[in-house]
Design a protein around this ligand. Structure first.
Ligand code: B12
Length: 446
């Protein structure tokens, strides 16, 4: 039997010639897509083109994963507020776990319906799984927040969470990538629903949210995601480096061991997410705050601030100082966040993520780095006025020049290679005061 006589091939050719297939739209009707999203369980939806300028920095990631992508359908699912705000984090975790699943289900339903109609679509997870082969770099190829903003579904507030004009920040986001253009795209909102009350900054136990809009990713992740990714890696290393049960128990208390079990078996749990819990923005949400602010603070904010709990911090971070200063009722536990670059490219990219601006307050130093061996590259790192600038190439006059064999440098960061030995072997060479190296290390603890 030749291929053209095969029953599947025959049916395909018959169908291809039939009128119904010929009617597949080349441009998708936007109202139809949004209706489909709502019928599939979304609370709101919006559309954006892959050519939208705000997606420029992720276009390549998206197209290398789904080369057919022409437009993106952003979807929003509501979170139940009282669960998110509940002092018992298990109650809030239940809401997060179920809503993240719901977004996946909604996106999957939309994708399946479109695929049945001959339209190619693809949905990435709302959160996890992500491409862990990219850890500790960017493991997601679609930033749902950026897509949602471009599609007019909200704007990132001071807490760096997208705030929907009606539902507030109590939303989980998803995206469906579509293989063709749509009849109408949406415009971004013309205002930010964030009311700049700064409650998110006052409630964050690790001080990750600055009142000036600064966000410390690593400090947030170290505490909130203690049971995931880097926190999990640190737990495994605690097991490996414990030669008996007493040592393990000194490093990890029983509560933490069972918490890890819970996250692994039931779904990811968060240690905080308080920034989302206290946000009063959004038409459906703001009433409680505006009607009686004192009551709102007493009922929503204070219980989270006053909660006695363990806060996970990397020693020497701004987070450690913050807990001691602002939350004497909370206890810090010193941990590693597991963020350990495996390439020089990752090392340079991770610097803004782990930078501790409070520690860098009095610094004014230009570092030149020249890497040789496995990865040859040059970079200028300027730490000045509590801020960090990472540039390619050697720019300006440095206060210190560090020349390092790339592999040796990464092993040193992973604490597998001693700096003194590396200096003696001339695998790392320093021209400048070694004190500046110490100050550098203090700005990027992990
Ligand atoms: C990475 C990530 C995090 C990181 C960084 C958060 C951040 N602000 O970017 C951490 C671990 C800290 C985090 C925490 C939380 N997250 Co989160 N997270 C993501 C993820 C995967 C990508 C975020 C993103 O788009 N960043 C890019 C741009 C838009 O943001 P940015 O602030 O400029 O980006 C910086 C960081 O991403 C950072 N960065 C780069 N590489 C790396 C690598 C690592 C390891 C880290 C930590 C950071 C980092 O550098 C970027 C440039 O400055 C998305 C899911 C997705 N696929 O989109 C969910 C998402 C943003 N998270 C979400 C939520 C709900 C949370 C939490 C409340 C925890 C929870 N309960 O799930 C907290 C809130 C913290 C906060 N105030 O932002 C929701 C937000 C929903 C909304 N309404 O906006 C999303 C959209 C998931 C979803 N499907 O809804 N998250």
């Amino acid at each position: 039997m030749g291929l053209s006589d095969h029953p599947t091939v025959k049916r395909y050719l018959e169908q291809k010639n039939s009128s119904s297939k010929a009617a597949v739209q080349q441009i998708l009707d936007s109202d139809m897509l949004k209706k489909l999203a709502v019928e599939s369980g979304a609370d709101d939806a919006g559309l954006v083109s892959i050519d939208d300028p705000s997606l420029a920095d992720q276009r390549q990631d998206i197209l290398s994963t789904f080369p057919k992508c022409q437009s993106l359908l952003s979807i929003v699912c509501r979170l139940n507020r009282n669960n998110v705000r509940c002092i018992d984090r298990a109650v809030s975790d239940t809401e997060y776990i179920l809503t993240f699943h719901r977004v996946n289900e909604v996106a999957r339903r939309i994708t399946a319906t479109l695929e049945k109609d001959g339209i190619n679509a693809l949905y990435p997870a709302s959160g996890f799984p992500m491409d862990m082969s990219k850890w500790p770099g960017k493991m997601w190829f679609v930033s749902h927040k950026t897509v949602a903003q471009a599609a007019g579904l909200g704007v990132m507030g001071l807490n760096r969470i997208v705030i929907h004009p009606r539902l507030g920040n109590f939303i989980v986001l998803g995206t469906v990538l579509l293989d063709r253009d749509v009849s109408a795209i949406d415009n971004p909102l013309d205002y930010n629903p964030c009311i700049d009350c700064k409650l998110c900054a006052t409630v964050c136990p690790v001080g990750a949210i600055g009142t000036d809009g600064y966000f410390n990713f690593a400090n947030c992740m170290t505490h909130n995601y203690r049971d995931r990714m880097g926190g999990f890696q640190n737990w495994v290393e605690n097991i490996v480096t414990s030669n008996n049960i007493k040592t393990y128990r000194r490093k990890v208390c029983d509560k933490e061991t069972v918490s890890m079990w819970q996250s692994l078996s039931y779904g990811m749990c968060n240690k905080s997410s308080y920034c989302m819990a206290v946000c009063p923005a959004g038409d459906d949400v703001i009433g409680e705050f505006l009607d009686d602010r004192k009551k709102y603070i007493t009922e929503v904010v204070k219980p989270l601030q006053q909660k006695e709990e363990i806060i996970y911090v990397v020693p020497g971070t701004d987070a450690e100082t913050h807990v001691v200063r602002k939350f004497p009722n909370k206890k810090t536990q010193k941990v590693s966040n597991g963020l350990r670059p495996d390439t020089i490219k990752n090392f340079l990219a991770s610097l803004p993520v782990v930078f501790q601006r409070g520690i860098a307050k009095s610094m004014d130093t230009v570092y030149h780095f020249r890497f040789t061996g496995d990865e040859e590259c040059e970079s200028t790192i300027t730490i000045r006025d509590s801020s960090l600038i990472v540039q390619n190439d050697l720019v300006g006059d440095p206060d210190i020049l560090v020349e390092a064999d790339a592999r040796t440098w990464l092993n040193f960061l992973a604490r597998e290679k001693n700096l003194v030995a590396a200096l003696a072997q001339r695998r790392i060479k320093i021209k400048g005061s070694p004190r500046l190296m110490q100050s550098f290390a203090k700005c990027f603890p992990s």
